[in-house]
Write a protein that binds this ligand. Sequence first.
Ligand SMILES: Cc1cc2nc3c(=O)[nH]c(=O)nc-3n(C[C@H](O)[C@H](O)[C@H](O)COP(=O)(O)O)c2cc1C
Length: 171
Amino acid sequence: MAVDAIRKRRSIRKYEDREVTEEQITQVLEAARCAPSWKNQQTWQFLVVKDAEKRQEIADILEGNPARKGIAQAPVLIVVCADPALSGVENGKEYYMVDVGIVMDHIMLEAADMGLGTVFVGWYDEDRVRQALGVPDQFRIVGMTPLGYPAKEPKPIPRKELDELVHRETW
Ligand SMILES: Cc1cc2nc3c(=O)[nH]c(=O)nc-3n(C[C@H](O)[C@H](O)[C@H](O)COP(=O)(O)O)c2cc1C
């Protein structure tokens, strides 16, 4: 699955008005649950929002964010939170951010494999989202994604060439 899904995944910001089943949501969350994490602490928590008014409220908070409309359109919003106290900090690197990055990738790739769209949304007023969703203070709201059927398949966004990125033996 992974290789095909890696190639076909795009950030989806427009969604069809079409339901996603509980089974599909569970399949995506099961993929998330398999993600590796710092000392296997699994510091993440997932908040699934289906209520249309609540999604609209979150979309309103995200004014200016290109993913905003998709949050109101897609039938499901998955919000990924993490407890930094459960995770490690080494050399100033806070690993809960890495853990959630991996979890989000599992979500996005599993969804792509199922023909569903997602987009990692990381830019928002965290305090306002916290208040709207009742997330306890101990958790950071690291990211969220709509989950639904893509209304259109966007063109691939360019990537740097490997020769700009890869060093061998020494830098
Ligand atoms: C950590 C992170 C945060 C992001 N935050 C947002 C966001 O707030 N809004 C948005 O529209 N896209 C967001 N994106 C999506 C990126 O813009 C997108 O992945 C990038 O442009 C490449 O496009 P592609 O995913 O279609 O390949 C985010 C992506 C990552 C990894």
